[in-house]
Write a protein that binds this ligand. Structure first.
Ligand code: COI
Length: 365
């Protein structure tokens, strides 16, 4: 696999970019992107390009049959010359698992790292500093071959775009328990970070937003009884002082932040239980005070407090505490990600310096 090429227009794109004070989440676009194509059973040479529209055949299977998977990951700038990434190989492995489920080609580790390093390295001066701020990277893989025959594409494209961001969630979220729609079933594609799972969640997200809630809480497909996850986040409850989270049942996305929260919490002395969690039992435990706190986590959301769980009958279930254990774990996680604390898990990894001929080969101060 050869080194990526750099489009000459990338320098101007970077020179014309400045970081606004207010970032939001996914609103500010990095001016560069990485792209590489797969054809004839192998990956070609990647390119770093100015961010901009791409050409896609209107008949491409990604558009018609949802042949599209993605990742979410973050780069931080913490006084080091180049940014650092949080658990990038885990994102690469999860993309490979998603690709396996969707019968798409895996992106080899070296190519995945080349792509995220290229974008994060070029964006080094614009990786926002300040706790909770970062460069969000969105690697994605999609089928580009046109055709209606129900089989996979023979051609694919892997890209990385990025956004300087703040946290996805601001303040305690009200979540709406979704009792009608189903997001993912065991044996389906919930375990893959497939765009189609997010599409399945949108009607409930719209309804939740219209009712003044931030996000939908999903229940299992078979019985509509057991908690799965929130749209785009995993969920934890503090019950009797221990952490409880739905077990990975074959329909829930195996969140990398979920895994980090479990490891960090155990490291800090909490008991953590991964088990089937019935929604009605959790609501009763919130009512009795046995469940003191509920929170969400994800790459975008970091660790986000939940202020209330709203049911379909209009009732809000309000945990006694908001953002106590969540705040402790968020700070512990951010301190590692932002390199303010030792990283006993070996989770952070420096971005590789760009090729020597890249105009931005000199690191940010
Ligand atoms: C992420 O946390 O990376 C996601 O993909 C969730 C999305 C709703 C922003």
């Amino acid at each position: 696999m050869s080194h990526y090429t750099i489009d000459p227009a990338v320098s101007d794109a970077l020179a014309g970019f400045s970081l606004p004070d207010k970032l939001g989440f996914g609103v500010v676009l990095a001016p560069v992107m990485y792209s590489v194509e797969w054809a004839d059973g192998r990956w070609g040479q990647g390119s770093l390009l100015p961010y901009g529209p791409i050409q896609i055949a209107p008949g491409a299977r990604a558009l018609h049959y949802g042949e599209f998977i993605f990742e979410g990951m973050k780069a931080y700038r913490a006084g080091t010359p180049w940014p650092n990434l949080f658990r990038p190989l885990d994102n690469c492995r999860r993309l490979a698992l998603s690709a396996e489920r969707m019968a798409m080609p895996a992106v080899p580790e070296a190519l995945f790292l080349e792509a995220v390093d290229a974008v994060a390295g070029a964006m080094a001066p614009f990786v926002p500093t300040g706790s909770g701020r970062s460069l969000y990277l969105r690697p994605f893989l999609f089928g580009t071959e046109p055709g209606y025959m129900l089989r996979n594409s023979q051609t694919f494209r892997f890209m990385v775009i990025a956004n300087p961001v703040e946290s996805y969630a601001s303040g305690p979220m009200k979540v709406a328990i979704e009792r009608r729609d189903v997001r993912a079933a065991v044996g389906g594609i919930g375990v893959a970070k497939a765009a189609a799972n997010y599409a399945a969640s949108l009607r409930a997200s719209n309804a939740a937003l219209a009712r003044g809630y931030a996000v939908a809480l999903w229940l299992d497909a078979a019985e509509h009884r057991y908690i799965q996850e929130l749209s785009g986040m995993n969920v934890f409850a503090v019950i009797g002082g221990a952490l409880h989270t739905p077990e990975l049942d074959g329909a829930i996305l195996p969140g990398i932040t979920r895994d980090s929260v479990i490891a960090l919490a155990r490291h800090r002395g909490y008991q953590v239980h991964e088990r089937p969690m019935a929604i009605d039992q959790l609501l009763a435990q919130i009512g009795s005070g046995e469940c003191s706190e509920v929170f969400a986590c994800g790459t975008a959301a970091i660790v986000a407090p939940i202020g209330a769980l709203g049911d379909a009958d209009g009732r809000d279930h309000v945990p006694a505490k908001v953002d106590v254990v969540a705040a402790e774990l968020r700070e512990a996680l951010l301190a590692i990600q932002e390199r303010r604390a030792p990283d006993p898990f070996g989770w952070t990894r420096d971005v590789a310096p760009p090729p020597a001929d890249a105009p931005w080969a000199r690191p940010a101060a």
